[in-house]
Design a binder for this molecule. Structure first.
Ligand code: ZN
Ligand code: ZN
Length: 212
């Protein structure tokens, strides 16, 4: 059986919501907005959903967590260091100019204490990669790396946001570049890409001019 990863981009910031599936089992990653569209487009009713796991706690990545969690009665996991971001979601949503209020999701467990989660007999490895936020993580499975807002095809992630740290994000990116060459990177926004030398050069070349 092969891992199947489906994507839908949702909300104002076109956050990539992923469904990682193996046979009929699935985990949902970063359901940022548009719960109904996620449910229909990713065919969630057809899966035995294990839970929702987030790459980080920014409001635009968690907007549909509560609705999906309650509909399917599944747990929500995130790194404990992004707990504050989750509790302040509506405040940050307001700062961004979006006056809508979303239900703050209940966190069922923290990712810090387990190195992986299971999907049937396979492991989704969890890598703590702080910098964009303190609790940012990447998820690794079968040559895929779901990276959240750590870096994109042509730039590194923003570090001008609450909880960001430039030194930490560079350390985390270095760790990914050293260990995951040849992986298919599935970022929090924009298209997927293969992590090869030219991409690494492009990102490192631009790293002094980020926050764009
Ligand atoms: Zn973010
Ligand atoms: Zn984002």
């Amino acid at each position: 059986m092969y891992i199947d990863i489906k994507t839908i981009a949702v909300g104002t910031w076109k956050v990539n919501c992923y469904l990682v599936a193996l046979g009929n089992e699935g985990w949902i990653i970063d359901p940022g907005d548009e719960a109904e569209n996620i449910i229909h487009f990713l065919n969630l009713d057809n899966y035995k959903l294990k839970g929702i796991i987030n790459t980080h706690g920014h409001f635009d990545h968690v907007g549909a967590v509560s609705e999906i969690k309650e509909k399917y009665n599944i747990p929500f996991f995130i790194h404990s260091k992004d707990k504050r971001l989750i509790s302040h979601g509506n405040l940050y949503r307001g700062f961004s100019g979006d006056s809508s209020i979303k239900k703050t999701p209940i966190i069922d467990d923290y990712l810090d204490t387990f190195p992986f989660i299971k999907i049937k007999d396979k492991k989704i490895m969890i890598h703590h990669t702080p910098g964009h936020t303190p609790g940012s993580v990447c998820y690794e499975i079968d040559g895929n790396l779901i990276t959240g807002d750590l870096f994109f095809k042509d730039k590194i992630g923003r570090t001008d946001l609450p909880g960001s740290n430039t030194k930490l994000i560079l350390t985390s990116i270095k760790y990914i570049f050293e260990n995951f060459r040849g992986f298919l990177i599935r970022p929090g926004h924009g298209e997927s890409f293969l992590l090869n030398e030219s991409i690494i050069d492009e990102i490192m070349f631009k790293k002094d001019g980020f926050n764009n």
